[in-house]
Design a protein around this ligand. Structure first.
Ligand code: LM2
Ligand code: CA
Length: 496
């Protein structure tokens, strides 16, 4: 049985027809004895940043599977330079699956255990470049390397030397040629148009597939021509998930749309649009409605509140402000656009600081299942944020399971509050202000009492009551008094 499907829920609609006053006319929906709504496991992923394989395996069994996550995005599994910073992972020394996050055996075991828990594994594939080191060195697994020499793998002729800028570094993002053939922060840029380079990269991806991964995040995809990425992934089995990281940039010639022919893309515009209303209370910006300009089609879109780069950069809402982070995640998970990727990392004050390690340099495994203080009021540097266990997040995955593909209806504004319905399936509302705010949202949910899954989490219905707050739908409306900086979500499967 799918891990996050609860028993069929009967939502009795009572004996009386529900009536709504619409433009002076009274419209009554037909009397229904009961509605059966079967939750469908939602396609929701989670990025577990810099978490070792043994810990991800535990997480799959104890928190990700039970809370309904369909897949987990890992940090890069490749051999990397030996440095303390987290970004050592993004400087491959070889395609050996041997890193301070774990050995090949541990990686394989993780995939097996996650699959057993109903959680697929997506690996972060760093294939645009190798290291950015000007002096020779030895990688984590013992491979010797130089900036443009990776014995047995790549030699100088396999790299771009763009000759377009003084140091061959990318300077001008309005130049397609620079972005794709010059070096991203001095990282030796593979000639991904070369058939032999393509074949070597494909072999690496096939090796990971042989260990059971379901797909890949393609790191720095924007820095490889879409045709090159297409050629690299073409030999992979049908159904392999390809998730290209193409950071949309205003005025840039390379667009995420170029990469949707062979997979999904991370739609950075989504996060950029999601958070300003949380700070200014203006939700009805017409720019954000309608046909969603500058968004790839929903089927192609991976959406997120933040990721490991944006939490160190442009993101304005992160784990540091748990109340706002819950609001942002609730809106994203309630939405009908894209495939959400929740983010879970560790607290930091230094952007370069790596995750805590043991004395041998391996990243320390941590289990979030034992963590009861979530979200924490304050995280010490290095502490895992454990977002996958936040009751509000788990509750919103349940909401999404019941929302299915029901359309998102027009939003309702009230002061600093905002909300919307997923037609007939659920209602979400948020208040980003500092005062309590009442909001009334018209809804076709059957009349009755519902359990809020933000305060109550998953399985919020307990002993004929609610674990969290209770809200009432009557006469085709739900009235919610929202405390400052809170979210509320009710769904058809959480009716008393
Ligand atoms: C990505 N996506 O396209 C990753 O998500 C992002 O985290 C990576 O940057 C980047 N692209 C390359 O894969 C990180 C980090 C950088 C770091 C690089 C390489 O944000 O700070 O650059 O990984 O490790 C570091 C230094 C930089 C230096 C470079 C090369 O910060 O100053 O450049 O290494 O030694 C001289
Ligand atoms: Ca490149």
């Amino acid at each position: 049985m799918p891990h996050n499907v609860r028993a069929v829920v009967r939502a009795a609609v009572g004996a009386l027809a529900a009536c709504l006053v619409v433009g002076g006319l009274v419209a009554c929906s037909p009397t229904v004895e009961s509605v059966e709504v079967e939750p469908a496991p939602p396609d929701v992923g989670i990025q577990l940043f810099q978490l070792p394989w043994t810990a991800i395996a535990d997480e799959c069994e104890t928190t990700l599977g039970p809370n309904g996550f369909a897949w987990v995005l890992t940090s890069p599994p490749n051999e990397h330079i030996v440095r303390d910073e987290w970004w050592a992972s993004y400087q491959p020394v070889s395609h050996a699956i041997d890193s301070r996050l774990g050995s090949r055996e541990e990686f394989a075991d993780m995939v097996e255990r996650c699959d057993g828990a109903g959680v697929a594994v997506i690996a972060d594939a760093v294939v645009n470049h190798m290291t950015g080191q000007d002096t020779p060195g030895t990688g984590w697994a013992g491979s010797a390397y130089e900036h443009y020499e990776y014995p047995g793998l790549y030699t100088d002729a396999d790299f771009h030397h763009c000759g377009l800028t003084a140091d061959d570094d990318i300077q001008d993002y309005t130049s397609r040629e620079q972005v794709q053939t010059c070096e991203l922060v001095n990282l030796a840029d593979l000639d991904t148009a070369s058939p032999s380079v393509q074949a070597t990269i494909t072999a690496y991806l096939e090796d990971l597939l042989a260990l059971g991964v379901a797909g890949f995040r393609i790191d720095a995809a924007k820095h490889m021509a879409a045709d090159d990425v297409a050629a690299i992934v073409a030999p992979l089995p049908a159904g392999t998930r390809i998730m290209s990281e193409v950071i949309r940039g205003g005025g840039e010639p390379i667009t995420p749309e170029e990469y949707v022919g062979f997979g999904e893309v991370f739609e950075f515009t989504y996060a950029r649009d999601l958070t300003p209303p949380l700070q200014n209370g203006v939700f009805n910006d017409p720019e954000l409605d309608g046909d969603r300009p500058l968004h790839v089609p929903s089927d192609s879109a991976l959406v997120f509140v933040d990721n490991h780069d944006t939490e160190r950069g442009e993101a304005r809402v992160t784990y540091r402000d748990a109340a706002m982070y819950i609001i942002a995640n609730a809106l994203m998970l309630a939405d009908d656009y894209g495939t959400p990727v929740v983010y879970s990392g560790y607290a930091f004050s230094d952007r370069d600081a790596g995750a805590p390690t043991d004395s041998d340099g391996r990243v320390t495994p941590v289990s979030c299942a034992l963590e009861t203080d979530v979200p924490a009021d304050d995280y010490d540097d290095g502490a895992r944020t454990c977002v996958q266990t936040w009751p509000a997040v788990a509750g919103m995955l349940e909401f999404r399971a019941f929302a299915g593909d029901a359309p998102r209806l027009e939003g309702v504004d009230a002061g600093d509050a905002y909300g919307f319905e997923r037609e007939g399936r659920g209602v979400v509302a948020v208040n980003v202000g500092s005062e309590t705010q009442r909001i009334e949202i018209p809804t076709s949910l059957p009349s009755g009492k519902y359990c809020d899954v933000v305060s109550g989490g998953r399985d919020a219905v307990v002993d004929d009551g609610c674990r969290g707050e209770t809200y009432t739908v009557s006469d085709g409306t739900v009235r919610i008094d929202l405390a400052p900086q809170t979210a509320v979500a009710i769904h058809i499967g959480g009716r008393l």
